[in-house]
Design a protein around this ligand. Structure first.
Ligand code: CUA
Length: 125
């Protein structure tokens, strides 16, 4: 075998290996960093769980699904808001940088109990 064809085969193997790892990355649920994932479900007129304890400085991904209709997810003090739609998973990445209690609430009108649809992040050291 000529040296050039050996080099070609090595290059080809390299490309295949990279393609393989890209596919792996694309199918991974969480991109690099492997944050803790917290599942939250929304339904009229509550979030479950409605109190979530987080550690200051530790990044998390909040995965929110709706069991019935459109809801919203807003954490005013952390500058976060997202739509939560049935059949979809809403992912919100956050890094709590302060200790304290931060309310999250529904900000899409969803019926007679909408105003009470809320929960709290408790950020501890
Ligand atoms: Cu749920 Cu408004």
């Amino acid at each position: 075998m000529k040296p050039t064809s050996v080099a070609t085969i090595i290059a080809l193997l390299g490309v295949l290996a990279m393609a393989g790892s890209w596919r792996h990355l694309a199918s991974a649920k969480v991109p690099a960093g492997a944050e803790q994932v917290i599942h939250l479900t929304a339904k009229k007129f509550e979030y479950t769980p409605n109190e979530i304890t987080l550690k200051k400085g530790v990044p998390v991904i909040v995965e929110i699904t709706s069991l019935d209709r459109d809801h919203g997810f807003k954490v005013p003090e952390l500058g976060i808001r997202a739509d939560v739609k049935p059949g979809e998973t809403t992912r919100v990445r956050m890094v709590p940088d302060r200790v304290g209690r931060f309310e999250f609430r529904c900000d899409v009108f969803c019926g007679s109990g909408h105003e009470d649809m809320a929960g709290e992040f408790v950020v501890v050291d």
